[in-house]
Write a protein that binds this ligand. Structure first.
Ligand code: NAD
Ligand code: IPM
Ligand code: MN
Length: 364
C-alpha cells in the first residue's frame, strides 16, 4: 500500500469551494484501493495575511516542501482591500512557491470535450498542451521605478531568460511532443520585437529540434497565435512559450474549451527534487466567491494531472473519464453550464458538480 502526503492550500475566494470537491474526487478514485492520501491543510492566503501579516513563512515553506505533492485552489483576496494591492498574496504565495520549488514547467492542457458549450461554434478536435515556462521571464520581479509619482517616472520590468532555464523547458516540451501522437511543437514568442529573449528561445528550439527529427516544429508570434487559437485551435499540439505569454494564452485556451472553470494545470518540477503543485488555471473569482457558483471541474482535472505525475495513470484516467461523463450529461440535460465563465443560470452548485463527478469516478 502507498500513502501519498498531500499539502492542500485552498486559499482565497472560490479556492476552498473547488478544493473541497477536488479532494472528494481524489478520495472517490482511491477508496478501497491500496493508495491513500494523507492530506495536510495549510490555511494560507488573504485572511491569514490580514490577521497575522504572514504570507508564506520559512517554516510554512519547509512544511509544504516535505509533502509528495501540493493541491492549490486559488489566491488573491478582496480586490477592494487596499492592503492587498499589487498582487501581494499572489506574488508572496503562489509565485514564491513556483520559484522556491523550481516549478519550471507550467503544464496547461486544453481539450474541447464532447458536448461542452464552447463559445466556438465548430472548434474541431481540440487537444493541445501549453508548456509555459514557470520560473523566469517578467515574473522574476527584476525591475524598478525611478522618479516614482512624478511626470518623469520611468518604470522598468525586466524579463529574465537564461540559456539554462529556456533549454530545460524546451527539452521538456520536445519530450512531450515526441510522446504525443501528433508530434508537433509550436514556439510562441514575439521575436520581431523582443529580440534578445526571442533569439535565445528560437536558437534553443532550433538546437533541440535537431535531436527530435520526428517532431514537426513551427513558430508563431504571440499576437498571431491568438488568432489561430480562436480560428483553428485544432491545429495545435504542444505550444512552448515564456511565462507571461503562457499565462495569457492559457486563459484564452480555457475560454475556448468551454470556460475557465474547466482549465487545469500542473506546476511541475520534473527532476523530482521538490513537490509539484496542481491548481486550476483560474483565480479566486471574487465576483462569484461564496455563492456555490464556481465550476470545480478545473480543480478536479488538476487532480488527474497530480495522479499522473505521481505515477497513478489508471486513477488519473478515471478522474478524466468521470469529468467526460459529467460534461456529456450536462449537454444531454440541455444545460450550458460547462465551466462557462459567466455562471449566471448555472443549473448545479459547485458541490453538486463535485458530487456528480465523484459518483461517476467511483462507479468506473
Ligand atoms: P479569475 O480567474 O479569478 O476570474 C475571471 C472570471 O472567470 C471571473 O468572471 C470569474 O467569475 C470566472 N471564473 C473563474 N473561475 C471560475 C470557475 N471555477 N467557475 C466559473 N467561473 C469562474 O481572474 P481575475 O478576476 O483576474 O482574478 C481574481 C483574483 O485571483 C486576483 O486576485 C488574481 O490576482 C487572482 N488570481 C489567482 C490565480 C491563482 O491563484 N492561480 C490565478 C489567476 C488570478
Ligand atoms: C495564473 C495566475 C498567476 C500567474 C498570477 C495570479 C500570479 O494568473 O496562475 O495563471 O500570472 O501566473
Ligand atoms: Mn493566469
Amino acid at each position: 500500500s502507498r500513502t501519498i502526503r498531500l499539502a492542500s492550500i485552498p486559499g482565497d475566494g472560490i479556492g476552498p469551494e473547488v478544493v473541497a470537491e477536488a479532494l472528494k474526487v481524489l478520495r472517490a478514485v482511491t477508496d478501497g484501493s491500496d493508495v491513500a492520501f494523507d492530506v495536510t491543510e495549510f490555511s494560507l492566503g488573504a485572511a491569514r495575511f490580514t490577521a497575522t501579516g504572514d504570507i508564506l513563512t520559512e517554516s510554512d515553506l519547509e512544511a509544504i516542501s516535505s509533502h509528495d505533492a501540493i493541491l492549490l485552489g486559488a489566491v488573491g483576496g478582496d480586490p477592494r482591500d487596499p492592503a492587498l494591492k499589487g498582487g501581494i498574496i499572489e506574488r508572496g504565495l503562489l509565485l514564491k512557491l513556483r520559484f522556491a520549488l523550481d516549478h519550471y514547467v507550467n503544464l496547461r492542457p486544453t481539450k474541447v470535450y464532447p458536448g461542452v458549450a464552447s463559445p466556438l461554434s465548430d472548434p474541431g478536435a481540440v487537444d493541445f498542451v501549453v508548456v509555459r515556462e514557470g520560473t523566469e521571464g517578467p515574473y522574476v520581479g527584476n525591475g524598478g521605478s525611478l522618479r516614482t509619482g512624478t511626470p518623469h517616472e520611468i518604470a522598468n520590468e525586466v524579463s529574465v531568460n537564461t540559456a539554462f532555464g529556456v533549454e530545460r523547458v524546451v527539452r521538456y516540451a520536445f519530450e512531450l511532443a515526441q510522446k504525443r501522437p501528433a508530434h508537433r511543437l509550436t514556439l510562441v514568442h514575439k521575436t520581431n520585437v523582443l529580440v534578445f529573449a526571442g533569439s535565445l528561445w528560437q536558437r534553443t528550439v532550433d538546437a533541440v529540434a535537431a535531436e527530435y527529427p520526428e517532431v514537426a516544429v513551427d513558430y508563431q508570434h504571440v499576437d498571431a497565435a491568438t488568432i489561430h487559437l480562436v480560428a483553428d485551435p485544432a491545429r495545435f499540439d504542444v505550444i512552448v512559450t515564456d511565462n507571461l505569454f503562457g499565462d495569457i494564452l492559457t486563459d484564452l485556451a480555457g475560454a475556448i474549451s468551454g470556460g475557465i472553470g474547466l482549465a487545469a494545470s500542473g506546476n511541475i518540477n520534473p527532476d523530482g527534487a521538490f513537490p509539484s503543485m496542481f491548481e486550476p488555471v483560474h483565480g479566486s473569482a471574487p465576483d462569484i466567491a461564496g455563492q456555490q457558483k464556481a465550476d470545480p471541474t478545473a480543480a478536479i482535472l488538476s487532480t488527474a494531472l497530480l495522479l499522473d505525475h505521481l505515477g497513478l495513470p489508471d486513477e488519473a484516467a478515471r478522474v478524466t473519464r468521470a469529468v467526460e461523463v459529467d460534461i456529456e450529461g450536462r449537454a444531454s440535460a440541455g444545460s450550458s453550464d460547462a465551466g462557462a465563465a459567466n455562471p449566471a443560470g448555472r443549473a448545479r452548485t459547485t458541490t453538486e458538480i463535485g458530487d456528480a463527478i465523484a459518483a461517476a469516478a467511483s462507479s468506473l
